[in-house]
Design a protein around this ligand. Sequence first.
Ligand SMILES: [Fe+2]
Length: 406
Amino acid sequence: MAPFHLAHLSDPHLSPLPRPRLMELAGKRVFGYLNWRRNRHRFHRRDVLDALIADIKAREPDHIAITGDIVNLALEAEFAPARAWLDNIGPPEQVTIIPGNHDRYVRATARRFATAFAPFLRPDQADAPEGFPSLRRRGPVALISLSSAIPTAPLMATGRVGAAQLAALEPMLENLRDEEAFRILLIHHPLRSTAAHKRLSDAAALCALIRRHGVELILHGHDHRHATSWIETGHGRIPVVGVPSASAIAHGRIPAAAYNLFAIDRAASGWRCDHSVHGFCDGPQIRTLAEQRLTWWRPRFQLQRLASARPQGPWTWGRWSHSPCRLATRAAPNRASAPTRTPMRKLQKPERRRRTGAFSGRGIDSARSRSIMRRATYWVTASTIICTSWDSASTTRPELVSWRKR
Ligand SMILES: [Fe+2]
């Protein structure tokens, strides 16, 4: 039987952004609009996105998953062009989308995503409750969609799954495990984030639920970066894979646009999944950036690195990429032949693994403590500067000197 091919892209941030009405800019949108006009419109380009979509279509995947941030400010005028763009990618039966924080940017249009893109969200079962989590079965794959998108305060991009979704997710995962489906969880926010203003606030509860019931693969966007991390469970490790924005040119630490392709197949001992990353690197051509094989053994799975792209010298296409490829692939979970010393050291020290949380790399707890330490350092430094300047001012300004003398 032929493998099931799933393409995963995220954060297209469709451009051009329609001109908002003055009333629409009231509140949070004014910050987003200024940011778009100053910076983001230069980094999210429609020609890049179109090239990426053409490449995906040429590969004829069985299904395409888009993990949010389709629009930018959730303006009313953004939804019709976005629907036309989605219709052009493929029929709703072959395309699954979930909302990102930009799709539910403000309360006023928080429900527009669900109405404008309803066919792409609709679960298989006609009598299934509306909203999330929703389930779509395609071949051996079960696509489980979660929504972490909530309207937030200005300059915040946090997400939350919420108790209702978690409660509904539990029996869904349990049933799918009995059916032996390849369970893929789609969520916009990554489950681990070092940035407090962008994190998933109830990631710990979601991770605990996943550890109890398991999934085979988790796909996310939001960070606009290549990322592979792992959730440790009693039955092995679950890969958590992120992807850059589908419309980005490389800027700063943000890599150029890319997408993931997964070829999923049943193996004698469980599942086999060939994961490849395709995107822009050091030129205007889309090429394969990395390949790896994920093999699920009952109950454990292992990973075998096949190949990875290496930067070809300094950049030559400044318009597309001004730095070598940055493809961050975490260490393999293969206990038999761990490729680097770091994961092996962690495996040999279970107490360290407990302290750093669920992930094979730096855990949520350590990330949070680092963030607290950074803030504490900032406030101590700022306080020192203020006290020092006040002290020097109080001794040199004549009126204060005279006040002291009195
Ligand atoms: Fe985004």
